[in-house]
Ligand binder design. Structure first.
Ligand code: F0G
Length: 458
């Protein structure tokens, strides 16, 4: 058997990407206020900003798009997708939303009260922001290994059950539900084991609390379970997925990830209790419950994509891609979150730039350096994204400063990864010359998207 794991698809339609010169990129980044979110995508060669909504759809999905029923109410496309989602999750109540954060906003607005508290392994930035804007505290309780980039653990996304239990004892009255994010995006795309989800669910249940899964990358999580959790090596992915959801009372989903589509999301619920409130908020902000902010054709593409995302050959190739880049980085002596996650590789900027003060945002600086060196766009997952400027002008910092290189699904081939490995190696060798930044302008929420920066040494 040849050892090389190939892309399990061939390419039918291509999209050119554009090389820029280094001096062009210096100007482009300055014009973007040293914030890669503000760049024009046409000025990026390899765009690993996110794996969200950026992947390639299959010919089957494009075919399904022509089947879209655009009726306002009761569209055939809705019922088709509903059947697929019910089969996959085992949950009965399903409403589409236009993306994941809309699912969060609708669910949280419907069921959370000011002053409450929601535990999670790690909240994604929009999940945290959608809770905080309602006056709800978002608490991250990932196991300690999940915060140490170099520590190897098969399920670094697991939630710390002892801390959850003491929280339930101390603050139980304030907790409307517990959440778990699969895979743990902000903690390195790390998986959560079935054993952990099962025990977390049982613990919550013993206190009368429901469990909500942030399910964006449920298929990748299931593949890690198959590969790493004892007893699941021969279990088909859909069965693992079904077991994962069996422990939950509901889920929010950004279909832009493992749904394999460019736009979409949904809420599923097992219990009856929240349905009416969810439907009411949905109608107010997203649309009628059979389209939820999406076109009928989007619902069709998702109905096909959800199953394609669970294909084992695809998932094996998908996880191998990240692992391959990890091996190349290890060979260059570049520190990253180990083992590599499902959708991305997370470079540990504090280790790559050991002399840069955290106040100069090393991961932001490294992100800028990757763009300047090779036209690669990653994203900072660190103190710009998760830190805050307090009223007295001081800052809080995140526990890690990571650069996430997130891979759009079915889009880049091995030579793109080889090129990136060379660029990262080059940047690592120039580490001492990489410049930190200060934030000169920032909004109140989710500052990383739009903030403006300048070089600290300018
Ligand atoms: N939850 C998780 C774990 C996510 O990773 C995301 C999005 C969301 C919720 C929100 O979904 O974007 O459809 O509104 N993550 C993207 C990323 C943006 O780049 O990781 P959305």
């Amino acid at each position: 058997m040849p050892k090389t794991l190939i892309e399990p698809f061939r390419i039918k339609s291509i999209e050119p990407i554009r090389m820029t010169t280094q001096s062009e990129r210096v100007e482009l980044l300055e014009a973007a206020k040293l914030n890669v979110f503000r760049l024009h995508a046409d000025d990026v060669l390899i765009d690993w900003l996110t794996d969200s909504g950026t992947g390639a759809m299959s010919s089957r999905q494009w075919g399904a798009i022509m089947e879209g029923d655009e009726s306002y109410a009761g569209a055939r496309s809705f019922y088709r997708l509903e059947t697929v989602v019910q089969r996959i999750t085992g949950m009965n109540f399903f409403v589409p939303t236009h993306q994941g954060r809309a699912a969060e906003k609708v669910l949280f607005t419907a069921v959370c009260q000011k002053g409450e508290l929601v535990p999670n392994n790690c909240h994604f930035d929009t999940t945290r922001a959608n809770l905080e804007v309602l006056g709800v505290e978002a608490l991250d309780l990932v196991i300690p290994e999940g915060l140490q980039p170099s520590v190897i653990h098969p399920f670094k996304g697991n939630i710390d059950l002892a801390r959850v239990e003491s929280l339930l004892n101390a603050e139980g009255d304030r907790i409307p539900f517990g959440m778990i994010t699969v895979t743990n995006n902000t903690g390195g795309g790390q998986p959560v084991s079935l054993a952990n989800i099962r025990a977390y669910s049982a613990l919550l249940k013993s206190y009368g609390k429901p469990l909500i899964i942030d399910a964006c990358r449920f298929s990748e999580n299931a593949m890690f379970i198959k590969m790493r959790e004892p007893g699941y090596a021969n279990t088909p992915i859909p069965e693992i997925v079904r077991e994962m959801f069996s422990y939950a009372d509901g889920a929010t989903m950004s279909a832009k990830k493992d749904g394999m589509v460019n736009i979409g999301g949904f809420i599923v619920l097992r219990n009856e209790e929240w349905r009416e409130a969810v439907r009411n908020v949905l109608i107010l902000t997203e649309g009628f419950p059979t389209y939820g902010g999406l076109a009928g054709r989007d619902l069709e593409a998702l109905a096909v994509g959800l199953d394609e995302g669970m294909d084992e050959d695809y998932l094996r190739y998908r996880l191998r891609t990240a692992e391959y880049l990890g091996e190349r980085l290890a060979a260059s002596g570049v520190a990253f979150v180990k083992p590599t996650g499902g959708h991305a590789v997370y470079i540990d900027a504090r280790t790559v730039l050991p002399d840069m003060p955290i106040a100069h945002y090393p991961a932001w600086a490294l992100c800028n350096a990757l763009y300047l060196e090779g036209g690669i766009r990653g994203v900072e997952i660190g103190s710009v994204m998760f830190g805050k400027r307090l009223a007295d002008g001081t800052e809080t910092y995140h526990s890690m400063d990571l650069v996430r290189l997130a891979f759009p699904r079915r889009m880049y081939t091995q030579s793109h990864f080889d090129y990136a490995a060379e660029v990262i190696d080059e940047v690592k060798q120039k580490a001492a010359t990489i410049r930190g930044v200060r934030i000169t302008k920032q909004p109140q929420y989710l500052r990383h998207f739009t903030c403006e920066c300048s070089w600290v040494d300018a």
